[in-house]
Design a protein around this ligand. Structure first.
Ligand code: GAP
Length: 507
């Protein structure tokens, strides 16, 4: 399957070039847990910086927070996670493979609709009305019908109906090919742990499944100490943990991952307008990376999470198809009201403009950092055929995100070239992350830097010793120019500047 091959290529590249390793590899890995290697951590930090700067630094009314992973257990009762944060699972009796029943149904809907869209395109009916589409394509109509049935079942949390739909629509296991399914069962995704040394006295805790709750419980602390006026936002980046049962697809679905979340508190009644605004703002943030518009799309949630009154995803065309990258949720006053109820403490805001006390409404933007990492790698990794017929693997990352900004390569390991190269490197360290390499032929070293996504390579040769000029090679064009070594910092600095992205992202 091409999809699996494409993902496998990314997995291999990430391992070979020190981006991502399976966790505890010498003990045969821990499923769906990964470690970021020396270049992965740099790329990850750069993505965080892009998000943090565009969300916090560029918005006067958004501030940051770093709340603890451990929280009082009642937080998760109040938030609804103890009762409702679960996945409906179904097993195939022949292969023993476990699936999420909702995912099986959503994939079937997508498949039917996509097949229908292709038929409609052939009949020149792509822009027909929904009604005309349903009449003209059987598959499209089946997709729409299943979507309606599934939404009804999801709203009623009717998991018996999930199974019936899986059977009615003849969904088969991808391993055994059989349609021999168990009943659908609910499985809570939170990891439990204990606080305290003695078992009997220990308190049951959870590893947080989202960073958002740390923001909600600190809402008044931040608002009061920051003298913040509504509308305002609180942003945070941090680890989250979910006991994902169907955890495949590399870093797309992990058990320990990182989220970049922002909760934006608004006056009740204005949430629709802010929901639209944040949808657009976040889409611009994604597009600023140079992604083609057709690889990103909004997707309206058919099944709303227990806290949301409206929700849309930004989906990206991953090697495994269009999948959720970020969620934008209108959470109403659900979380603050619940914490108010469970803690007995008021979580209200006095709006002096309208002279009213109220529990603010919330618009949330929530993106998985690891998923963003996968997106960046999957759209940057390319095999190119060069004019001379050779191929090269290049990671054409946006320069501001590249783990290494500039590599300094002495042509030979002798004649004073390494010393001169180090002199240049010591100067460039102040511009961005540098890399020194003297082993292998210059061609091989260029290829390695291409595969790591390094925007520039600087080659130091005998002429450098005479006139202080170096060769600067640009990653994407592979063009080489001879310039004075004093010009390098300016050229590299301009190219890797995070502000290039920020200006596009926030206008
Ligand atoms: N606070 C809202 C919330 O957590 P979510 O849709 O469950 O919403 C938000 O998660 C984002 O976190 C997703 O869009 C995805 O990018 C990321 N995410 C969720 N589960 C993940 C997992 N198991 N592995 C990696 N990323 C995940």
């Amino acid at each position: 399957m091409a999809e699996v091959e494409n993902l496998q290529k990314i997995v291999s590249h990430c391992k070979e070039y020190g981006f991502i390793f399976p966790s505890s590899e010498i003990y045969d890995n821990l499923g769906a847990v990964y470690d970021y290697g020396q270049f992965g951590v740099e790329l990850k930090n750069n993505i965080k910086e892009y998000w943090w700067k565009s969300m916090v630094q560029m918005h006067e009314n958004i501030v940051g927070l770093d709340s603890a992973i451990f929280m009082h257990p009642t937080v998760w009762k109040a938030s609804g996670h103890v009762d409702s944060f679960s996945d409906p699972l179904i097993d195939n009796k022949d292969s023993k493979k476990r699936y999420r029943a909702d995912v099986l149904l959503e994939e079937k809907i997508d498949k039917l609709k996509e097949k229908g869209e292709k038929e409609l395109a052939k009949k020149n009916l792509s822009s027909a009305t929904e009604e005309e589409k349903i009449k003209a394509s059987r598959d499209y109509a089946k997709g729409v019908l299943l979507e309606t049935e599934y939404t009804k079942a999801a709203e009623a949390a009717d998991f018996k109906r999930y199974k019936e739909l899986i059977e009615e629509y003849e969904i088969a296991c991808e391993v055994s090919g059989s349609k021999n399914w168990t009943d659908v069962r609910q499985f809570n995704l939170m990891f439990g742990t204990k606080l305290g040394a003695v078992d009997e006295d220990a308190t049951d805790l959870y590893l947080r499944p989202e960073t958002a709750q740390g923001i909600f419980v600190n809402f008044l602390n931040v608002q009061k100490t920051g003298r913040l006026k509504i509308p305002f936002g609180i942003a945070q980046i941090g680890k989250a943990f979910r006991n994902e049962i169907v955890a495949r697809q590399f870093i797309f679905r992990m058990r320990e991952f990182e989220q970049m979340e922002m909760q934006f508190f608004v006056r009740p009644g204005t949430q629709k307008e802010w929901f639209e605004k944040w949808k657009q703002t976040r889409m611009n943030w994604h597009l600023a990376l140079g992604t083609a518009q057709e690889n990103l799309r909004f997707h309206v949630h058919e099944k709303l999470a227990h806290y949301a009154d409206a929700a849309e995803d930004i989906q990206f065309k991953f090697p495994i198809g269009f999948k959720e990258l970020e969620g934008i949720h209108s959470r109403g006053d659900f979380d603050l009201s619940q914490h108010q109820k469970f803690s007995g403490k008021k979580l209200q805001y006095f709006d002096s403009e309208i002279n009213e006390n109220y529990v603010p409404y919330v618009i949330e933007t929530s993106i998985g950092l690891d998923r963003m990492f996968l997106r960046v790698i999957s759209e940057s990794l390319k095999d190119e055929v060069l004019e001379n017929g050779e191929t090269r693997t290049v990671l054409n990352l946006p320069p501001a995100l590249a783990p290494i900004k500039v590599a300094i390569l002495p042509l030979l390991k002798k004649d004073g070239l390494p010393e001169k190269a180090r002199e240049i490197l010591n100067h460039l360290k102040f511009v961005g992350r540098t890399f020194y390499e003297e082993k292998d032929s210059i061609g091989k070293r260029y290829r390695r830097m291409d595969a790591l996504g390094t925007p520039y390579c600087i080659t130091v040769d005998h002429q450098t010793l005479e006139d202080n000029t170096v060769t600067i090679r640009e990653r994407d064009t592979m063009q080489q120019d001879r310039i004075h070594m004093d010009e390098v910092a300016k050229i590299v600095g301009a190219k890797i500047d995070m502000n290039n992205l920020l200006r596009k992202a926030v206008g």
